[in-house]
Design a protein around this ligand. Structure first.
Ligand SMILES: Cc1ncc(COP(=O)(O)O)c(C=O)c1O
Length: 470
């Protein structure tokens, strides 16, 4: 397909919307009509529409067609804050434990009727059931090897190869989820009292680990779009010794940011120059709506990037299967896993490996990322409809969440206590820092469709926010 033809079509539709020829809510001509009118293939039209969907200009309604969506085209992104670059002892905010007891607030209505299971997950369960039946004969009397099941590590290795990272099967060790992998990574690289640099806003699970391990946090400013700011990290390194830096380069939570290649290169060169470990949380790495994004570890020439991830976001949180590729610390990690966990469940690993090798995981991801992209659009449309128009927000090209900055009068931790009465669970900004930042920020997930009761909940939240803004 010629790039010109594609770009011309994107520009044509964009101009119709920007010039208010096609208005909010208007149905776009059908894919067939657009293809015939512009003398292009239907595939070119579909790609152009997907690109415009990412830009927030159009919205797909399944089986109906594409519509102009009411997204504020000149929306502002949340402001980047610059925390004080000094080590702090960590205290996890009390609100954390409350939210974790309510499904970590990746859903504003966790008590609502569950969604019907996807066909892919039913297929995964079949693979696990088959592995369970086989296990009666050969698995139940023996522990798995400390590295984890080779056939699963092989599948994980192959998936990374597709994303531009070439590692060997034994470079991976299976863990009990990504949180466990992060825990092992910190244990092998740091001792109590060491300083750990963390992007700010930070994943609250990391904050919790630092508290538990008596490690000091240095919160390093991160942009809501391009993630950890390596220039800020460099400033911190001028004053403090840092043993490890934990970063989510691809679709970080809470912002959805992705670090550009230049920033990744600078981070690696700082790590090499100052001799610290980089702990990469890649849990959202496969949830890209566009192209495959290589993990940071693909740039690692000194075996100092520890790659941590799991199937929790890409497949199911309930599997409790993750992995770690710890480079120069791999032997220490494997020994520590043996000490702390002995082994992982072979049946579960066997079932996942067989699901991936059958092509089920690839099909699931294709479907899931399209669904997430559609749900992101639904959420943005609801925000445009029901929330005040002075909000700032990110529009990530992957992952499962948006980061929003509200009116400076609003304290989202107080709002949390209010919305709980309406059984709506929000994730306040206070959760993503050890200091007093992000008071008027909030993370919203698009892991569920914003329809029915969830759309109503977004409306109610919008009303509460409007009441507090005035
Ligand atoms: C960025 C990030 N890392 C790690 C985890 C924990 O993952 P797991 O369920 O695999 O332990 C989460 C869960 O929310 C997360 O958002």
């Amino acid at each position: 397909m010629s790039i010109h033809i594609f770009e011309d079509l994107v520009e044509f539709i964009e101009a119709k919307i920007n010039d208010n020829i096609w208005l909010f809510g208007d149905k776009l001509p059908s894919i067939r009509c657009l293809a015939a009118e512009h003398g292009v293939s239907k595939n070119t039209v579909i790609r152009a529409l997907m690109e415009l969907e990412q830009k927030g200009l159009v919205e797909a309604k399944p089986k109906v067609g594409y519509f102009v969506s009411k997204i504020n085209k000149t929306h502002k992104i949340p402001q980047q804050l610059y925390p004080n670059l000094a080590p702090l002892e960590v205290t996890v905010p009390e609100i954390f434990y409350d939210i974790m007891s309510r499904s970590a607030a990746f859903d504003i209505l966790p008590k609502s009727t569950p969604l019907p299971p996807s066909n892919h997950l039913i297929e995964l369960n079949r693979h696990i059931s088959r592995a369970l039946r086989d296990s009666v004969h050969n698995k139940s009397m023996y522990y798995d090897s400390p590295l984890g099941l080779e056939s699963l590590r092989q599948q994980i290795k192959d998936r990374y190869r597709l994303r531009g990272l070439s590692l060997g099967v034994d470079d991976f060790c299976i863990t009990s989820g990504c949180q466990h992998a992060l825990f092992l990574a910190l244990l092998v690289t740091c001792k109590p009292g060491d300083n750990v640099a963390v992007e700010s806003p930070a994943f609250y699970g990391v904050v919790q680990l630092l508290e538990q391990l008596n490690l000091n946090i240095i919160e390093v400013s991160a942009s809501a779009v391009s993630g950890l700011d390596p220039d800020e990290l460099e400033k911190a390194l001028a004053h403090w010794q840092i043993k490890a830096c934990i970063v989510t380069p691809t679709f970080a939570t809470p912002t959805g940011s992705t670090m550009p290649v230049k920033a990744r290169e600078k981070l690696i060169s700082l790590a090499n120059a100052h001799d610290f470990a980089v702990i990469e949380d890649d849990i959202y790495g496969e949830l890209s709506f566009t192209n495959n994004i290589a993990p940071l570890k693909a740039l690692d020439s000194q075996q100092r990037v520890i790659l941590c991830s799991s199937f929790s976001k890409s497949l199911s949180r309930d599997l409790r299967i993750g992995w770690i590729a710890a480079g120069r610390w791999q032997d220490d990690v494997v020994r520590l896993k043996l000490t702390s966990q002995l082994a992982s469940c072979q049946t579960q690993q066997q079932g996942i490996a067989s699901f991936i090798s059958s092509g089920g995981f690839r099909r699931h991801l294709d479907h899931f990322t399209r669904t997430l992209q559609h749900q992101r659009q639904q959420l943005l449309t609801a925000l445009a409809k029901y929330w005040p128009n002075n909000i700032r927000y990110t529009v990530p090209k992957g992952g499962i969440a948006l980061w929003l900055e509200l009116d400076s009068n609003i304290d989202t931790a107080k709002l949390y206590n209010e919305t709980i009465k309406e059984t709506i669970i929000i994730t306040p900004g206070a959760l993503f820092t050890c200091s007093n930042y992000y008071r008027n920020y909030i993370r919203l997930s698009f892991n569920h469709p914003t329809v029915g009761k969830r759309e109503k909940a977004i409306k109610t939240l919008g009303q509460l926010i409007k009441n507090h803004s005035t």
